[in-house]
Ligand binder design. Sequence first.
Ligand SMILES: Cc1cc2nc3c(=O)[nH]c(=O)nc-3n(C[C@H](O)[C@H](O)[C@H](O)COP(=O)(O)O)c2cc1C
Length: 179
Amino acid sequence: MHVLIIYWSATGNTKKVADTIRDTLVKDGITPVFKIVSDAAAEDLHSYDLVFIGAPTYQWQPPEPVLKYINDRMDYYRKTNGIKVGAPKVPGKTAVIFITYSGPHTGIKEATPAGDYLEQFFEHIGFDVAAKWYTVGEFHNRLEMSTKGPLGDTRGRPNQQDLQEIASKASALIKKLIA
Ligand SMILES: Cc1cc2nc3c(=O)[nH]c(=O)nc-3n(C[C@H](O)[C@H](O)[C@H](O)COP(=O)(O)O)c2cc1C
């Protein structure tokens, strides 16, 4: 199985999740290609069976470098007739979205639009989106945002338990896909 993991991370939370997915896959015998989005422009997504994309949420969207990556890819697929009416599935192509968020104002609702946005990209290019994973992350250098919001004290997250959950989900997904 060919697997690509691409992500962007400013303060390390999303990178921790990406690293956990990579390490889990390696334990399960798969060596994924692992890149930050700015290095992934030349990757042909359809040459992979499984693509993971990860980002934090900024104002309920992926941050600018991730939006730029998606916009560039959409331009490419439009020019090469890769965006088809009805978004037919390309057989055997699966994507997983992973989002980290701090949720200081409205909790996970600040993250789901970013996940839905990335899901739409993959559905437009014919991928089946198998899962969207949302992981709480500390809002670094913003104490009030990390302690007074609806999620309580998020300092130190994603913590071991958060990452263990990601590892379990990644392992289960791989087993399901190769079954
Ligand atoms: C500029 C900026 C804007 C952010 N906006 C939001 C937001 O609107 N909602 C939210 O839940 N978290 C927000 N966050 C928190 C991040 O989404 C969260 O801490 C994330 O886990 C950071 O990921 P990273 O460490 O991989 O960069 C924001 C963080 C930054 C730096």
